[in-house]
Design a protein around this ligand. Structure first.
Ligand SMILES: Cc1cc2nc3c(=O)[nH]c(=O)nc-3n(C[C@H](O)[C@H](O)[C@H](O)COP(=O)(O)O)c2cc1C
Length: 384
């Protein structure tokens, strides 16, 4: 019988549900990472190298989880990072994720490789939204996406800086994953044994990369591996001047996604960025690089309160969020924790993942003897 939505109390159970629902090339695209996946595993393990130190008798009937990121007030300090291709994971894709984020008034991001348009998301989702930009060689496309975000009223722009080439995601090589997926002799069995996913994919709205389709000569429904897409379409000459130019053009709160060194964090402040996402892209790019949580102290110490620091990746529990906030992050974010839920049960799944995270955060704050997340500090954390 296997796990059902009602059984999903944590990310590990959502992962099992997603694995059951998805053909294997799609599941492994979400679940996999680069090379030997060492960085991917470390992203979560890093949280186990320190412990919370609670206080008691603090009168904790009400808990305030709200925070402000890039000037945008949100009701909980954990949000949904931008991720590509969401209608491949569930036919409602970004629509489902956006509705869930709106219900909890937390940030969510859509990718340049989203499967729903900038305009539709802006029109239908009222809570704060980030657009994630990949710097494409095609400048009409790059500047066009920024202008569309401005016109549609997106709240912030995040430039991804850790994907100058595609990471070596070997699970995708093994499964032959492409976007959109294509039937290969080895994947045929997997699609045939997941008829509900396959029928939804074949019979519902056709797959497209809504924000790119008019700029890709062959159309966005010609199968290509994600790694080939990055290597052929993205502009590897991107540098700090380009980042500053994008910031100027966007005119909205601006964030660099994928900063991992204190030196780069300082440069982000110099170009006027409002936030950095300390992130290694969920271990999907440079395997053997440090985990965001391991780098957080160094980065927070480098920039102080000059910029909002967001800790992205590896987060599966409310206590992980409390640890990152204790070091000085303004908020945390993640991808797979809500993507497994999306794949498993659409909007209801993502709402359940958010409900789980919200109740863990409230319970953990009470057990810590703290009333608002602003009270978290390094005083309540010890490294082993
Ligand atoms: C399936 C998948 C697709 C992703 N697509 C994008 C993307 O298009 N743009 C981007 O900047 N990051 C992308 N990311 C990275 C996420 O934004 C985030 O940094 C990462 O998932 C954090 O790690 P976690 O999954 O352990 O939480 C993707 C991640 C996953 C798992």
């Amino acid at each position: 019988m296997g796990v059902t939505l009602a059984d999903c109390y944590n990310t590990a159970q959502f992962r099992k549900l997603a694995k059951r629902r998805l053909p294997s090339p799609i599941f492994h695209y979400i679940d996999g990472a680069a090379d030997d996946e060492v960085t991917y595993r470390r992203n979560t393990q890093a949280y186990e190298d320190c412990d919370l130190v609670p206080n008691v008798l603090a009168g904790v009937e009400t808990i305030d989880l709200s925070t402000t990121v890039m000037g945008l007030p949100i009701d909980m300090p954990m949000f949904l990072s931008p991720t590509a291709l969401q209608r491949l994971f569930h036919h409602d894709g970004e629509r489902a994720v956006g509705r869930a984020a709106e219900a909890f008034n937390t940030l969510f991001g859509i990718s340049s490789l989203a499967t729903v348009s900038i305009e539709e998301v802006a029109e239908t989702i009222r809570s704060p939204k980030i657009f994630q930009l990949y710097y494409h060689k095609d400048k009409a496309l790059t500047w066009g996406m920024i202008d569309r975000c401005k016109a549609a009223g997106f709240d912030a722009l995040a430039l991804t800086v850790d994907t100058i080439v595609g990471g070596n995601r070997e699970r995708d090589l093994w499964t032959g994953f492409t976007s959109p997926p294509k039937l290969t002799p080895s994947s045929l069995w997997s699609f045939a044994t997941h008829p509900s996913w396959t029928l939804n994919y074949l019979l519902r709205e056709p797959f497209e990369l809504s924000n790119l389709k008019s700029h890709i000569a062959e159309g966005s429904n010609v199968s290509i591996s994600v790694s080939d897409y990055f290597s052929t379409m993205l502009d590897q000459s991107m540098d700090w001047d380009v980042a500053a130019e994008i910031r100027g053009r966007g005119g909205k709160p601006f964030c660099l996604k994928g900063v991992m060194s204190g030196a780069d964090a300082k440069k982000a402040v110099e170009i006027g960025a409002d936030a950095i996402m300390v992130s290694n892209h969920g271990g999907r790019q440079l395997d053997g690089s440090r985990a965001p949580f391991d780098q957080l102290t160094e980065i927070v110490d480098a920039v102080g309160s000059d910029i909002d620091v967001i800790c992205d990746g590896g987060i599966q529990r409310g206590t992980h969020v409390l640890k990152a906030l204790s070091i000085g992050a303004k908020a945390c974010s993640g991808g797979r924790w809500y993507l497994y839920a999306l794949a498993g049960a659409g909007s209801d799944g993502v709402k359940r993942a958010l409900t789980n995270m919200h109740s863990e955060l409230v319970r953990d704050m009470k057990l810590m003897g703290l009333r608002s997340v602003g009270e978290l500090s390094r005083q309540n954390l010890r490294f082993r």
